[in-house]
Design a protein around this ligand. Sequence first.
Ligand code: HEC
Length: 126
Amino acid sequence: MTAIIEGGKQDMQHSPRLGTVSLFALVLSVTSPMAVAGGDPEAGKEKSQVCVQCHGETGHSVAPSFPILAGQYRDYLILALEEYKSGKRTNAIMAGFAATLSDEDREDIAAFYSKQKGLESIEYAE
Ligand code: HEC
C-alpha cells in the first residue's frame, strides 16, 4: 500500500504535464470569467426569469402540467432544451422558449436549476 501511495506521489511531483494542465486551468479561470465551465448558476437565474411563470422561481413548477426542473440533472436539462430547439422533442410552448437559447444559455440555466433543492425536500400542502 505504502509503496503504491509513495509511487503515486513521485509521479505527481515529476510530471511536467500536471503543472501545465493546472496552469492552463488557472489562466482559463482568470481570463474568461464569462464562460464558466459547467455553466454559471447566477447567470442562469437571470436567464430563467422568462421561465418563472410556468416553472416557478426555483424550478418548482406552478401547475402539475409543467414539469419540475429543480434538482434535475444538469445534463438532462441541457439535452431536453436542445431537443426542443432541434425539434426532436415537440411541444408548442417549449419550442418557442428553447429556440431563443444559445449553448451558453442552456449551460447556465441547467447549472441554476440543477443546484436547486429537488422533490425530496418539498413539503406539499394538503
Ligand atoms: C408557458 C409555460 C412555460 C414556460 C414559460 C417555459 N416552459 Fe418549460 N415546459 C413547459 C411545459 C408545458 C413543459 C412540458 C412539455 C412537454 O410535454 O414536453 C415544459 C418542459 C420543460 C423542460 C423539460 C423537462 C423534463 O422533465 O423533461 C425543460 C428543461 C424546460 N421546460 C425548461 C424551460 C426553460 C429553461 C424555460 C425558459 C427559458 C421554460 N421551460 C419556459 C412550460 C413552460
